[in-house]
Each structure stands twice: as C-alpha cells, then as structure tokens.
Design a protein around this ligand. Structure first.
Ligand SMILES: [Mg+2]
Length: 236
C-alpha cells in the first residue's frame, strides 16, 4: 500500500529494506568468514585493520557471554551469533572492501531502490542510511551495486558507533546529526523493535516487508510498504 508522509529526511535500514537479507547472510558473511584468517595474517599491521582488531579485542575483554581462546576464534563465535559487534563489523567491512574492488562482490539491491532515491531527492527529501553493518560496508554496497553507484543519493550514513538500532537514543542522535527534529524524519526497517525505538524518539516509523524477511507478528500498528516506491515523501 502507499504510505504518504511529509518529512525532510528518510533514514533507511539496509538488510531487509534496501538489500535482501539473503545477500548479507549467504554472500557477504560467508565471504568474510572464508577470508578472515588469511586477511588478519596478511594485513593485521595496517592501521585500519589494527584498529578494528583493537576494538574487537576490547569487546572480547569485556564479554561475559562469549569466551574464545584467541581473537580469530572470538570473531568466528560472534559471526555464528550474528552479534552486532562494532569491531567485527569493521573487520568484515575491510575484507569486503577488497572483494568489491576486485569485482568478486557486487552489492545486491532491490530494483525499486534506485528509482525511489531519484524520486525522493527530486522532491527535496534527504536520504540517509542506518545499519548494523559498518559505514564503510554500507558505502560499498551502494557504490558497487548491481544497480550502479547510488552513493550520490545518500547524504549520511550511520552505524552502531552512533548506538544500537533498538535504542531510542540512537535515533535522537541521528536527528541531531541531520539537524532536524525527529518528527521531520521517516525511518524504514524490517524489524519492529527498531521501529519502536525510532518512534519512541519521535520519528515516523515504516515497516518494510520483503520476500525473505522474518515474519512480523500482526498488531504492530506501523504503516507497511512492500517496495520503496510505495513510500510517497514530500518535504516538510
Ligand atoms: Mg533490517
């Protein structure tokens, strides 16, 4: 159904909203897992890789739930749990970066994403991305996508360095970063708990229902779209 909103900006989740969950779980995650040991051994001394490893080591030191004999084993344990770990996401992003540049990876986006971006920007609406995947990983998906390079449409990217996606404070911080009141921002995601957090912060929350998304229990009360072109935005 069409959902019409008057907003100045729209913030989009990636997995289950602009990209199929299967692309992330069946392509990206296995790609990083298969190259983890070799990548860390070969590139661990590079500043960006060392920084990601240091973040991961700090998370491991504070982790009371997951114990592992070394940092690589810890990374694998987090992968198995799909933990939204900032250190792991940074490391995965660096591995994917090489894959995208080598042409071994290409971002898989839904066909309606590009046309919706064009329409919203033509209407004067700012577009931003918010995902548990690192900002670098988000840029890569949009820059090296099967729909071309869509990064020109995106004004800002947010990840777990802003805060977890199920915390209202994260959405308040995003509104501050966009210099807009939350009431002038729409947030689209496939996860109701994320919508609840965004709504608690005062944003307009819209549910994305895509093939392959986890089923959502009825009664959530959020307006629902099946494709991004069902979201009609006009500036407010
Ligand atoms: Mg999602």
């Amino acid at each position: 159904m069409t959902v019409a909103l008057a907003v100045a900006a729209v913030v989009l989740d990636v997995e289950g909203t602009t990209a199929p969950i299967a692309f992330v779980h069946d392509v990206l995650f296995p790609y990083a897992a298969a190259r983890l040991d070799e990548f860390v051994a070969a590139r661990g001394a590079e500043p960006a890789v060392a920084a990601a490893l240091a973040t991961l080591a700090a998370e491991r030191a504070a982790d009371r739930e997951v114990a592992a004999p070394d940092l690589i084993a810890y990374a694998r344990a987090l992968m198995a749990r799909d933990r939204k770990s900032t250190g792991l996401k940074a490391l995965q992003g660096l591995i994917w970066h090489d894959g995208y540049l080598a042409g071994a990876l290409r971002g898989e986006l839904y066909a309606d994403v590009g046309p919706a971006f064009v329409a919203w920007r033509a209407a004067g609406v700012t577009i931003a991305s918010y995902s548990s995947g690192s900002i670098a990983a988000q840029r890569l998906i949009y820059a090296h996508s099967d729909r071309g390079d869509l990064t020109a449409h995106l004004a800002a990217y947010f990840d777990t360095t802003t805060g977890p996606k199920q915390a209202p404070a994260s959405y308040a911080a995003i509104a501050t970063a966009l210099a807009l009141p939350p009431a002038r921002i729409a947030f689209v995601s496939d996860v109701v708990a994320e919508l609840a957090a965004a709504a608690a912060a005062g944003m307009h929350a819209v549910l994305s229902v895509r093939p392959g998304n986890a089923p959502v229990a009825p009664g959530h009360g959020y307006p629902t779209i099946g494709t991004l072109d069902e979201l009609a935005l006009r500036p407010a």
